[in-house]
Design a protein around this ligand. Structure first.
Ligand code: PMP
Length: 386
């Protein structure tokens, strides 16, 4: 309609003027850490399919099987007629995997953060919310939806967090929101210290394990599983290392019962479809036994970091399968990504506002299906830092 278009054209024009206009391009994941981009096969250093499970035959078979058994869609929200035995079985499996009393499945990671944070805030009137500056956009969105002003602390500065908590000791409640592995930096939260600080300051600890689930912690259960009882709300996704789609919140039975009653994104959304649940179920069968793949991923990431550092790149505090090569200016990061693409490697350039100004980078995400030759090719193609 003609009334909307002028506004949209103006908004897109502003993005164009700042060099931030985004466009969709087609891609198809392939085995062996490869991807077909716009018809051309490349080595993929950008997808979050860390264990290569998105193409695993067991996930694909079970997705098909459960679609045949239960249908293509869930039919309604969970509270109406959308809860099948498959939902309950998968939730029990997630809880066993995470070592928690219960778990609840959400449509996506974005949806979980956007829907759970407001529900928790509603349960704790007057709560002060403390957030790491580098938390994912979906957590910021959850805070905005909850109408709270975040007390933001510098990335991983737990002294600053403890001081802020002490300053708000008289608030009726405190909620800490953090990631356990940060999506753009590949560094880890110090879970032992975090859970200790939360305990000392009577604060609820909420941890987003999107990039740790399947990769880190005992049997890939994430870093929250390293501090039993220390994380009251562990959220994570099935969309990354678990190769599928959707998200979970794991914690007490009471937490899950409350969210069923109070989380809008759960109550008013159609239940995740059977095929998606089937893939999750199969991934949960495989992931605990994938220690060899996790060890391989660690070795590949060590090799990449060593190569980048030798080439003069800053890789920050990365200690996981996500390795940033910090370039600095956005244009330079874009130029490097374009050069790699020409050389047959997909490595996304990440620019502000996703990362702070002056820290534009390649975000390199490794897969257990890469091999050392892939890593060496990447290091050679990036070359010395100008
Ligand atoms: N949390 C973090 C830390 C993420 O990186 C992402 C995905 N980019 C999400 C949540 C959202 O998860 P999903 O993609 O499953 O919606």
């Amino acid at each position: 309609m003609p009334f909307l278009d002028p506004f949209l054209e103006q908004a897109l024009g502003r993005a164009d003027a700042r060099g931030l206009r985004r466009r969709l391009r087609t891609a198809k994941l392939r085995d062996g850490g490869r991807i077909v981009r716009d018809g051309r096969e490349m080595i993929d250093f950008s997808s979050n399919d860390y264990l290569g499970l998105s193409r695993h035959s067991l996930l694909i078979e079970r997705a098909r099987e459960w679609a045949e058994r239960y249908g293509a869609g869930a039919g309604a929200s969970r509270l109406v007629t959308g809860t099948s035995e498959a939902h309950l079985a998968v939730e029990a499996k997630v809880a066993a995997f995470k070592g928690t009393e219960a778990a609840l499945i959400f449509g996506s990671g974005w949806q979980a953060n956007a829907a759970v944070i407001p529900a928790l805030v509603a349960a704790m009137p007057g709560v002060k919310v403390f957030t790491d500056r580098l938390n994912h956009a979906s957590m910021h969105h959850g805070c905005a939806a909850a109408g709270v002003r975040q007390v933001r602390y510098h990335h991983s500065d737990l002294n600053a967090l403890a001081a802020a908590l002490a300053k708000h000791a008289d608030a009726p409640a405190r909620l800490i929101l953090t990631e356990s592995v940060f999506s753009m930096d590949g560094d880890r939260s110090d879970m032992v210290r975090l859970s200790d600080i939360a305990k000392r300051h009577d604060a609820v600890l909420y941890v987003d394990e999107a990039h740790a689930t399947g990769v880190l912690g005992p049997r890939g259960a994430g870093l929250s599983a390293t501090v039993i009882g220390g994380v009251e709300v562990a959220m994570g996704t099935f969309s990354k290392a678990l190769g599928g789609f959707g998200a979970y919140v794991a914690g007490s039975r009471l937490l899950c019962d409350y969210l069923v009653n109070a989380s809008g994104g759960f109550i008013y959304a159609t239940a995740p479809p059977p095929a998606v649940l089937g893939a999750i179920d199969a991934a949960l069968d495989l992931v605990p036994g994938m220690d060899a793949e996790r060890a391989k991923l660690t070795g590949l990431a060590d090799r990449l970091r060593a190569g980048l550092i030798a080439n003069g790149y800053d890789v920050g505090e990365s200690s996981t399968q996500i390795v940033p090569a910090v370039v600095g200016e956005a244009d330079d990061a874009m130029a490097l990504a374009a050069r790699l693409e020409a050389a047959g490697m997909l490595a996304a350039a990440i620019r502000p506002p996703t990362v702070p100004a002056g820290t534009s980078r390649l975000r390199l995400a490794l897969r257990a299906t890469h091999d050392e030759a892939d890593i060496d090719r990447l290091i050679a193609a990036i070359g010395p830092k100008p």
